[in-house]
Ligand binder design. Sequence first.
Ligand code: GUN
Ligand code: FE
Length: 424
Amino acid sequence: MKDSFVIKGNIIWSETNKELKSVENGYLVIKDGIVEGVFNTLPDEHKDLDFIDADNDLVVPGLVDLHVHAPQFAFRGTNMDLELMDWLNTYTFPEESKFSDTSYADRVYSYFTDAIKKSATTRMVAFSSLHVEGTLILMDKMEEIGIRSYIGKVNMDRNSPDELREESPEKAAQDTERWLKECVKRGYRYTKPIITPRFVPSCSDELMEKLSKIRKEWRLPVQSHLSENMGEVEFVKELAPWSKFYGDAYDRFGLFGDGCIMAHCVLSGEEEIELMKRNGVFVAHCPESNENIKSGIAPVRKYMDKGINVGLGSDIAGGTTESIFDAAVDAVKVSKLYWRLVDDSIEPLSFADAFYLATKGGGAFFGKVGSFEKGYDGDVLILSDDSIPFPRYLSPTERLERFAYLHGDRTGIKGKWVKGNKVL
Ligand code: GUN
Ligand code: FE
C-alpha cells in the first residue's frame, strides 16, 4: 500500500505543549495514511511494510499555517513602513485588485504554491482575493501539490477602492455561492472552501448576514481577522457601535463559533477572550506580521492557559515568510518581549510550546492532525541538519530547536507526506 510505510530516524513530536517527545533511532509506522505509533524496535507485524531509512535525520509531524494571504505573496518583504489600515489602503488593496487578471493570478499562485510545496507546511488555511476565477486558480494549484487546505474567496463590500469592492452584498453572496458550486463541480480532494469575511471594516452588516446564512447552509468553517491593530479596533467601534467588543460584531451574525479561525487577537479584552473560549474559536497567532505592521504582541500564553485553541500563521504579506518554523521561533521571541516589557506574570513560550502550536495546536482545526499519537493523520517531514554541522552530541530535540532557529528548513526538507501521501 502506497500510504503505509515505516520511517526509521530520530522521531520527535508533541502530545502536550509541556514537552517534546522523542525516540532516537526509532520507527514511525504509518498504516493507510494514519499513525500506528512510534516504536523503539519495529514490531513484527509491521515488518512487511515499505521501509524508509531516514538514517540520522529528524522525523517530525508536518507544520500547519492557520493564516496566510496567497495573493500577497509577490509583494512580501516590501513596504513595511505603515500600520495596518494605511498598509492595506496604500499597498495591499491595490496589489490584490490585480487578481482580476487571471494571468497575473496564475503567475503569482504558481510562485506561491511552489514555495508551499517546498516548505515544511502540510496543512494551510488561506485567504485568496475577492475574485472567483482567481480563487479557483489557487485551489487548482493547491490540489496539484497535495497539501491539504482551506481556501477562502474574500468578501468585502465597504471601505476599499472601487476596483477591490463587491458592488453589493447581494452580488458578493451570489459570487460566493457560484464559487462554492464550482468547488463541488471540480471535485477537489484536498482543497476545501472556507467562508471569508475579510474583517468588520470591509463587510457591511447585510453582507455578514448573507455569509452567515451561506455558512449554515453549506456547513462551512469561517476565517477572519480580530483585534489586530489599534486603528482597526477604533474603526470597528465606529462601524458597529452596537457591539460590546470586536468579536461581538462577528458573534451577532453567528460568525464566531466552532470552526472559526480569528487571526491575530493582539488586543482582545477579557470579554472577547471569554467568548473565544466559550465558542471554541481558534486563534491564529502571527508574530512576524504583528511586528512588521506594528500591531503589538498577542498574549498567547494567556490564551493557551485558558484552553483556547491556538495555532500559528505566516500572515504573508504582513509576515514575509511562509516558514512556520520561523513563525514558531518568532512566537518564542515576541513572548519574551511581552514578559519583559508588558507583563512579567505571563511566562514566555518555550520552544516546546511553539512547536506544539506549529503542529498539534493548529492541526486541531483539521481534526487529528499534527502529532504522532496513534490515530493521527500521517503528516510527516524528514529534516536533515547536515548543512549546520556540530562538533559534539546533541539530542534530537536540541537538534530540532537548532534547525528551527538556524532556518534549516530552507535546505533541509528531505521528504514530506500528507496523510500518508508523498508530496515531496
Ligand atoms: N486585516 C484585514 N485584511 C488584512 C490583511 O490582508 N492582512 C492583515 N495582516 N490584516 C488584515
Ligand atoms: Fe491576515
